[in-house]
Design a protein around this ligand. Structure first.
Ligand code: PGA
Length: 247
């Protein structure tokens, strides 16, 4: 059985004080013990937040290099040294605004595996691809070119987030049927390549305007193991309601 996970992607929001307040408010709520909760604040705040909370903390991006002359980049070892234990790879905003290609994302996957650093691999199609009915082909290619080169033992228990780009920050959520359809396919591709046991061990999260109002219905889908939450993770009540939305 795949682990249930709810992760909050704070993106480029909040001052340090606001981030500390938010973490403290989340900590005060009663959270479903069966759910793994992960926060992705600004990397700048990791050290301060790790001193305030036991919640798992991660980064929204990291370097595909291990160290050296790469101005402005942050290495996995540096992230670990300030309390980060997991990273997002391939969020659509990184792909779109910073031109991260499938090749660069593959290198980040390899670096994470090399350093035994956990990650959430993000995939998802833009609006024109969905309108053209090519979303399955598009997402399967993202997975094939950046993730599915990993051997069986390295893909076990990993996390994939399906985030249709047209649903991110737009208020337009995929319907539970649209999410389940893609998640079912991702599980099928995993099964085809790695076998049933491995496919069932991978957590597949949904992301894109997931809110307290729709989380229950989305999380109830057979192949949805949780969510990657943007906007709604900036509000402690909304985020914790989403965490507690599993049946
Ligand atoms: P959203 O963002 O929930 O604000 O749509 C999700 C994400 O980008 O991870």
């Amino acid at each position: 059985m795949a682990q249930k996970i709810v992760a909050g992607n704070w993106k480029m929001n909040l001052s340090l004080k606001e981030a500390i307040d938010l973490v403290e408010s989340i900590d005060q709520e009663d959270l479903d013990k069966d759910v793994r909760v992960i926060l992705f604040p600004s990397t700048l705040y990791l050290q301060a937040l790790s001193e305030k909370t036991k919640l798992e903390l991660g980064v929204q991006n990291f370097s595909e290099m291990d160290k050296g002359a790469y101005t402005g980049e942050i290495a996995i070892s540096q992230i670990r040294s300030v309390g980060g234990s997991i990273g997002l790879i391939g969020h659509s905003e990184r792909r779109m605004y910073y031109k991260e290609s499938n090749d660069v994302l593959k290198a980040k996957v390899n670096q994470a595996v090399e350093e035994d650093f956990d990650f959430i691999f993000c995939c998802g199609e833009p609006l024109e691809v969905r309108e053209g009915g090519r979303e399955m082909e598009y997402v399967s290619r993202q997975l094939k070119e950046s993730l599915f080169h990993l051997p069986k033992d390295k893909i076990k228990n990993k996390i994939i987030a399906y985030e249709p780009v047209w649903a991110i920050g737009t208020g337009k959520t995929a319907t539970a049927e649209q999410a389940e359809e893609m998640h079912k396919n991702i599980r099928f591709w995993l099964k085809e390549k790695y076998g049933e046991e491995i496919a069932d061990s991978v957590s597949i999260l949904y992301g894109g305007s997931c809110k307290p109002q729709n989380a229950k219905e989305i999380f109830a889908c057979e192949n949805v193991d949780g969510g990657l939450i943007g906007g709604a993770s900036l509000n402690a009540k909304d985020f914790t309601t989403i965490i507690n939305s599993f049946e």
